[in-house]
Design a protein around this ligand. Structure first.
Ligand code: MN
Length: 321
């Protein structure tokens, strides 16, 4: 998915100053963002006062939407730099195309993981023949300076490892949980896990005290560390935890997002992550000239135009809250 916000505002992020070192329970409300004609998403990251959770720097939750008589998701070709995108569905399907030649249908609880490295472009659409409901999340992971110029690649993992406990089925998207590791390529210590809770579940999830964490609520009624979370909200949990109490009063779907606090300072603008004003301006210029980001073959429609850069320099910022 793309950041289709026409008023693209640069978001400085990263740096230790945003990280809460001890356990907290900070409930984040979503911002509603229109993606084209038919799709509205709830944006949880970046959020007011909360820009990242580990290397996770962008979280959109969408649906469940009834798209039986609609085209559904239609995101034209657009570029990325300096990040990985994670596509995760609970219902429906998304057809992914990218400039490395990928053509892949992504289905519920399959991982679509795209590493942009220095440059990639892609499109995402509901296939012509699609399920009635579309429900999922789109997430970005910032690449560290040591790997942000890597070659672009796309991974599709249909089979993912699962950790179970009574009333819990946790599917590993990225990183490691309770000694079980995802096959997805990662560049920083991180975890992403889908938590399917059965009604009545009352479990404790083992956590890494050095990681910071958040939980995205996608469906059902659950309590995370005693806090009721409604679908479309996210609970930021800080660092310093060895376990996380989870309870569900109906069947519920959550996502656990965590990682080592991301120390490097970043600038996120539109679909790019850079380290300087020049990085971002160069990427925008290259995309508009049709160079560097390759070509997406087969999408029925024109590529996205980048918004105007705001006047003045984009400065990375860290240790300010
Ligand atoms: Mn995208």
């Amino acid at each position: 998915m793309s950041n289709l916000d026409r008023e693209a505002v640069p978001a400085p992020c990263g740096g230790r100053g945003f990280v809460v070192a001890e356990p907290v329970r900070e409930l984040l409300s979503p911002r509603r963002v229109k993606l084209g004609e038919s799709t509205e998403v709830r944006r949880l990251l970046p959020n007011l006062g909360r820009r990242m959770v580990g290397a996770w720097c962008f979280v959109d939750h969408y649906g469940p939407d009834d798209i039986a008589d609609e085209p559904g998701m239609q995101v034209p070709p657009h570029p990325h730099m300096g990040l990985q995108t994670v596509s995760w569905l609970h219902e429906g399907e998304v057809l992914h195309r990218d400039s490395t030649g990928s053509l892949q249908t992504i289905r519920p609880r399959e991982l679509g993981l795209m590493t942009s490295g220095h440059a990639i472009s892609h499109s995402e659409e509901s296939p012509r023949e699609h399920s009635r409901l579309l429900h999922g999340a789109q997430l970005w992971v910032a690449l560290p300076d040591t790997h942000r110029h890597t070659d672009p690649r796309f991974e599709h993992h249909a089979e993912l490892p699962v950790v179970t406990a009574p009333g819990l089925r946790a599917t590993l998207l990225l990183g490691t949980l309770d000694g079980t590791a995802s096959p997805g390529t990662t560049y920083t210590p991180i975890v992403g896990a889908d938590l399917a809770l059965a009604s009545g579940a009352d479990v404790r999830l083992p956590l890494e005290p050095d990681f910071e964490y958040a939980v995205l609520a996608m469906s059902g009624e659950a309590h995370v560390d005693g806090v009721p979370v409604v679908p479309g909200s996210m609970l930021y949990l800080g660092c310093g935890r060895t376990e996380l109490p989870l309870r569900a009063t109906t069947d519920a779907g959550l996502m656990l997002l965590g990682g080592e606090p991301f120390e490097e300072e970043l600038i996120m603008w539109w679909n790019f992550i850079g380290r300087s004003n020049e990085d971002i301006a160069q990427a925008r210029s290259d995309w508009m000239k049709g160079s560097r980001f390759g070509e997406v073959v087969g999408y029925d429609g024109a590529p996205l135009t980048a918004p105007e850069l705001p006047p003045g320099p984009l400065k990375p910022r860290g240790r300010v809250r």
